[in-house]
Design a protein around this ligand. Structure first.
Ligand code: NDP
Ligand code: 2IT
Length: 448
């Protein structure tokens, strides 16, 4: 790094975070995005802004004991990382997946800080979850786990403190169980303490669709403003087949694209006629089955084991919507060879740093997670707004606001890429736009 200040922050993180590779990766990306402007901001070093910015306010790690259907006691580890609340209460999802650890939680919380700074809504950043594996668990087991998780989590959350939502393995079902226990323990109906709620008790229309729709709204801007084209007639590959992947695929189809392939953690299905989303929704949304079964149900389609090989299918637009670092250099090379013009990060941190650089150097417009997938948390903020006002907006009204927010984010990010003297580098633009806003708030609040 050219700047001695950035280098010193890098050295501290490098020494401290070796056992936290994912967190390390997010910090390195941010520091790289500030290189061209850091000299114009001596106040960052004076007020120790970056040193404070890369250290979470707190990381809570707790035991989650629960009893399985056989009567055996199980113990998981729960997390809530409250990273930064300079511009609003901590906000970010909960992930239930066996891979969850402190590095992934800190990385995702750090990404949330920067993402929320872009939304133009007053939200800080946090993330939480557990290494609990929901696969194969009965509904009763899920409920008992969520209740035990909520008993500890409730001490740390609230509508003006920290507002969790869903992420991998956590949908409105889990949010409902957590909310039920939270409400019982706190003795109040603080609806805005959790988002992604069911419509029957304060959820918002469009929250289920929001991340996927938002990704398409953002990508539409990229295609129109930077590539003078649209989704119409494009071949799209989408990894994952969960909440984000499904609503990205549905909106992209509505905009005229053909979805060639989708995946889960076992492998991917390829359908040259375009994926039939009703079959995917039956398999993944209405029941909890494996994507492999698609190939048995839809003639002409194939299933291939190994989820990373989905990127060998040539496409115009690539939208990874599964998990972090699913695209490394070999997958990026395949994406480039396939003629891709734009890659939008639906998942959080789906590309390694090397993969992102390779794609950008080859002329693929990479839309970073914190911009492209910000529609989910933005609609969470709209859910909180409706809760505070004690009213609910129509689907069209929320969708229109979401669309407006995503267009604004694109403009903000593109403009910041120009300030950073890297026009069109949306990764740099997103990091810079958000950091400028949050660092300003931190400086105004003194050394805290
Ligand atoms: P879901 O749990 O609904 O779906 C996750 C999908 O990704 C499933 O298809 C799952 O396959 C696959 N997947 C998960 N982990 C892995 C893994 N380690 N390797 C391969 N495949 C994997 O989660 P979401 O759709 O909500 O989240 C997907 C991504 O989008 C995540 O990165 C999340 O952080 C991000 N995101 C989510 C938002 C939201 O509002 N939900 C908002 C913004 C970003 P399988 O079923 O086999 O496990
Ligand atoms: O990564 C994310 O943006 C989310 N999981 C959604 C967060 C939220 O609070 O809606």
């Amino acid at each position: 790094m050219r700047s001695p200040y950035l280098q010193s922050v890098f050295n501290t993180i490098d020494k401290r975070s070796h056992e936290q590779p994912e967190f390390h990766q997010s910090v390195i990306e941010l520091l790289g995005s500030l290189e061209n402007v850091v000299d114009q901001h001596p106040e960052w070093e004076h007020y120790g802004v970056l040193e404070r910015f890369v250290e979470p306010d707190r990381s809570v790690v707790f035991r989650v004991p629960w009893v399985d259907d056989k009567g055996k006691v199980q113990v998981n580890r729960g997390y809530r990382v409250q990273f930064n609340n300079a511009i609003g209460p901590y906000k970010g999802g909960l992930r239930f997946h066996p891979s969850v650890n402190l590095s992934i939680m800190k990385c995702l919380a750090f990404e949330m800080v920067l993402k929320n700074g872009l939304t133009t809504l007053p939200l800080g950043g946090g993330k939480g979850g557990s290494n609990f594996d929901p696969k194969g668990k009965s509904e009763d087991e899920i409920m008992r786990f969520c209740h035990s998780f909520a008993i500890e989590l409730q001490r740390h959350i609230g509508g003006h403190i920290d507002i969790p939502a869903g992420d991998i393995g956590v949908s409105s079902r889990e949010i409902g169980f957590i909310y039920g226990m939270f409400k019982r323990l706190t003795r109040e109906f603080d609806a805005a303490a959790l988002t992604g709620k069911h419509l029957s008790y304060g959820g918002s229309l469009v929250r289920t669709e929001a991340t996927g729709y938002g990704i398409c709204y953002f990508t539409e801007e990229v295609l129109r403003e930077m590539k003078k084209t649209s989704f119409d007639g494009k071949n799209v590959v989408i990894s994952g087949s969960g909440n984000v992947a499904i609503y990205t695929a549905l909106k992209a189809q509505e905009l005229g694209a053909k979805i060639l392939a989708m995946s889960d953690s076992n492998g991917f299905v390829y359908d040259p006629n375009g994926i039939n989303m009703e079959v995917i929704r039956d398999l993944k949304e209405r029941s909890r089955r494996r994507i492999k079964e698609y190939a048995d149900l839809v003639p002409g389609s194939t299933f291939t084991e190994g989820f990373r090989d989905i990127w060998s299918i040539p496409c115009d637009i690539a939208i990874p919507c599964a998990t972090q670092n699913e695209i490394d250099v070999p997958q990026a090379q395949k994406i480039i060879e396939g003629g891709c013009i734009a890659l939008s990060q639906g998942a959080n941190m789906p590309c390694t740093l090397a993969a992102s650089h390779l794609l950008q150097d080859a002329g693929v417009v990479v839309s970073p997670d914190k911009a492209a997938n910000a529609g989910g948390v933005s609609t969470s903020a709209l859910e909180m707004t409706q809760n505070s006002m004690r009213l609910s907006w129509t689907f069209e009204e929320v969708d229109q606001r979401l669309h407006g927010i995503m267009k604004n984010i694109f403009k903000e990010v593109y403009d910041a890429s120009e300030i950073a003297k890297q026009p069109g580098n949306l990764i740099t633009g997103a990091n810079l736009a958000s950091f400028l806003k949050i660092s300003d708030a931190m400086i105004h609040q003194g050394i805290v």
